[in-house]
Design a protein around this ligand. Structure first.
Ligand code: AR6
Length: 367
């Protein structure tokens, strides 16, 4: 998956390059800078001394020494003042320069901390947004896998309003899906019957007597009062099964459009190129090639959804596409409800959806 948000200590990331949130001297400091220098060993500081510092909004590259990565890219983020002193532009420029340096050094994988969001005080949710927007923009034109590494859970906040909206949406739909309406009706019916036997006086004598109540309930919800078909002891023998009209071979020839076929058709219909689609879906090029060349390829559910999102399919078509891969969207789990929420909102940004999924501890979209 080209862009992933992970929770980890960046010094443990086995990637080609990790990015350091440094200062203009490049001579080390606290926060993630301190962690990286400690893990890399004194050789890193020795090389940094030869670099002559670095401007805010820019970055310089060194080797990784004792770290599991080949390179460290030292990026200098802005200090947060009030958001009106070019902080965003400087932060964007930090990410961009770091990504360009990684590309120039043939890195295929890179990991970023949330630059400026610690000692430099950039609000964390805004820092995350800048990171996601800038990195995902770069990945649209470049083949690279990037990780945003979140150190501790508290460091991660999505916009409070969005979080509250999603939480409410989950609540509504989760509760709905977990309320067994038939059981609820039976419970109410039993209550009426109990009342009719024991506490008839508890009912007001206004015509809405206990039997009335039970009768109405039965009329309103006949299925609640009838035994299940399986419970009927002597059911009439059913009609003989009709002769199979087609052979199995014939039936198999009528196999529906597959997931892969639907995907390729939709890409054409939307006038997208393959690359635009898999990049927007946050899907790796190699995985896309596999799906493209195997008409019966069965993707994972997050992959199938990622494509539906990239194609900006409305809910019904998303469900159709998922069905082709053997999946459904239900209200019985938070992952599905979050996806549905974003589709209903017309928000098809995979990275924003992943932000929300991450916040609710769900697996992310993409490969
Ligand atoms: N792995 C990943 N993320 C980390 C780690 C880690 N091991 N440690 C901290 N973070 P900060 P800044 C997160 O303060 O705001 C230094 O002194 C942390 O939770 O390291 O850009 C430099 O020399 C936060 O979200 O960097 C500069 O003087 C993020 O990394 C100054 O701090 C960045 O926090 C730079 O400040």
């Amino acid at each position: 998956m080209p862009l992933q948000i992970v929770r980890n200590d960046i010094t443990k990331m086995e990637v080609d390059a990790i990015v350091n949130a440094a200062n203009t001297s490049l001579l080390g400091g606290g926060g993630v800078d301190g962690c990286i220098h400690r893990a890399a060993g004194p050789e890193l500081l020795a090389e940094c001394r030869t670099l002559g510092g670095c401007d805010t909004g820019s970055a310089k590259i060194t080797k990784g020494y004792h770290l599991p990565c080949k390179y460290v890219i030292h990026a200098v983020g802005p200090r947060w003042r009030d958001g009106r002193h070019g902080e965003r532009e400087l932060l964007v420029s930090c990410y961009r320069t770091a990504l360009e340096l990684a590309k120039a050094n043939k890195c295929e994988t890179i990991a970023f901390p949330l630059i400026s969001s610690g000692i430099y005080g950039y609000p964390k949710d805004q820092a995350l947004r800048v990171a996601i927007d800038t990195i995902s923009g770069f990945l649209l034109d470049n083949d690279m896998t990037a990780y945003i590494v979140i150190f501790d859970r508290k460091a991660y906040q999505i916009g409070e309003k969005l979080f509250a909206d999603i939480a409410e949406y989950i609540d509504d739909h989760y509760v709905e899906a977990h309320t067994d309406s038939r059981a609820e009706r039976l419970r109410r019916l039993n209550l009426f019957e109990r009342l009719s036997g024991n506490q008839a006086d508890a009912y007001p004598k206004d015509g809405w007597g206990e039997h009335e109540a039970a009768k109405q309930e039965k009329e309103l919800y006949p299925s609640a009062a009838e035994p299940d078909q399986a419970d009927v002891p002597f059911a009439a023998p059913s009609a003989p099964a009709p002769r199979m009209a087609k052979s199995l071979d014939d039936a198999l020839k009528e196999i529906d459009e597959s997931f892969s076929e639907m995907l390729l058709r939709k890409i054409d219909e939307k006038g997208m190129t393959d690359a635009q689609c898999y990049k927007k879906a946050n899907i790796d090029r190699k995985l896309f090639s596999k799906i493209r060349s195997d008409r019966l390829y069965k993707p994972s559910k997050p992959t199938a959804i990622a494509f539906a999102i990239a194609l900006e399919l409305p809910l019904e078509e998303t469900k159709d596409m998922l069905m082709k891969a053997g999946f459904a969207l239900s209200h019985s789990n938070k992952f599905d409800i979050i996806i549905e929420y974003f589709i209903q909102q017309g928000n098809y940004n995979v990275f924003e959806i992943n932000e929300a999924l991450f916040a609710f501890d769900q697996s992310l979209l993409g490969a």
